[in-house]
Design a protein around this ligand. Structure first.
Ligand code: 13P
Length: 335
């Protein structure tokens, strides 16, 4: 819980507190922010990225304290990668991921026992709990992110494996479609968990049709968590990092309708004033979990560090972390 003392501080004063604490803590602290974070958080971060990029940076940083401005599974992943040797802090402990919560380890293990699993390899999207990652590690499986799911699935299909894919059904189907699998091949080769991202589920094919009818020159650019019907009508699909790069590299005057979280789309629009950018949907698709982290939360955890107090440390149990790390390492060998 954020102490009242911090709730009363303005955004501006909180930013000053963060900058001051950052100066005093120096290289001991590193602030990571996911692309879906608020602008004021992105501005004070040392690095910003998608899930894969942030995992790699978390592994490379020499700082003792990692302040992870994102959601719970991201901070867990940073702790797993660092084998508990760094202190990973989640500024708002309640910043979770509803999709990760859709796959509890008990259900996952039960389902795994129910299917004829000898030909299957489990692959979990990074948006999952540490125990689910450990389950994959224990069963010769992999982690994937939205930027490498195609490489991981391609590798496994090439080796005649079937895939137990969780928790995001849309990512599983969209990736299989991208690899050119037919409907019957998908049915045969993939066991798909029924999880989804409630934010990306808000994108609809009618929105694409309406935009294309009004102006066929608008490029539809989507995150792979969108429903497959929407992905099928898109011109481009990829992770948050891919979305940013694609618009940045595009020609002046080009038009884009983007299906992902609103904070990111608004930022892309501001950074690319020479292009026409809009959010694909009319209801605003905002991740309330990503939005939870405020400058006040970051100021609180950083000023606590100055007083040698660690607040909201995310620490994964040792054996769970060891097994989960096996699945992460297998992923990194491929991409
Ligand atoms: P990216 O890896 O593309 O940043 O996606 C993470 C995520 O949680 C999207 O909802």
């Amino acid at each position: 819980m954020l102490p009242n003392k911090y709730k009363a501080v303005t955004h501006e004063a909180s930013i000053n507190k963060i900058l001051d604490a950052k100066k005093k803590l120096g290289k001991k602290v590193f602030i990571l922010a996911h692309h879906y974070q608020r602008d004021e958080i992105v501005e004070i971060a040392d690095a910003v990225g998608d899930s894969l990029k942030l995992s790699k940076i978390a592994a490379a940083t020499k700082s003792k304290y990692i302040i992870f401005c994102g959601v719970h599974f991201m901070a867990e992943t940073a702790d797993i990668i660092n084998k508990g040797k760094k202190v990973v802090i989640l500024p708002d402990i309640n910043a979770g991921c509803p999709m990760a919560d859709m796959a509890e380890i008990e259900q996952v293990e039960k389902t795994w026992m129910q299917i004829d699993n000898k030909d299957f390899i489990p692959v979990t999207y990074i948006n999952s709990k540490a125990q689910v990652k450990a389950f994959c590690g224990k069963n010769n499986g992999y982690i994937c992110t939205s930027s490498n799911a195609d490489k991981i699935l391609h590798h496994l299909f090439k080796n005649n494996k079937k895939v137990f894919f969780l928790p995001d059904k849309n990512l599983g189907i969209n990736t299989a479609n991208k690899l050119g699998l037919s409907k019957s091949e998908i049915k045969k080769k993939l066991f798909l968990w029924d999880g989804y991202c409630p934010v990306h589920m808000l994108f609809k094919t009618e929105q694409v049709e309406k935009i294309k009818q009004a102006d066929p020159e608008v490029n539809i650019l989507v995150h792979p968590e969108v429903p497959p019907q929407v992905a099928a009508k898109a011109d481009f699909m990829g992770s948050t990092e891919y979305i940013i790069d694609t618009v940045q590299k595009a020609k002046k005057g080009t038009k884009w309708a983007i299906a992902t979280e609103v904070h990111l789309v608004a930022r892309i629009a501001r950074k690319n004033p020479d292009k026409h950018i809009q959010l694909l949907s009319s209801p605003v698709c905002m991740c309330s979990m990503m939005d939870r982290t405020s400058p006040q939360h970051v100021a609180y955890v950083m000023e606590s560090l100055l007083q040698n107090k660690i607040i909201n440390r995310i620490k994964v149990e040792k054996n769970t972390a060891r097994l989960a790390n096996l699945a992460i390492k297998r992923m990194l060998q491929i991409s």
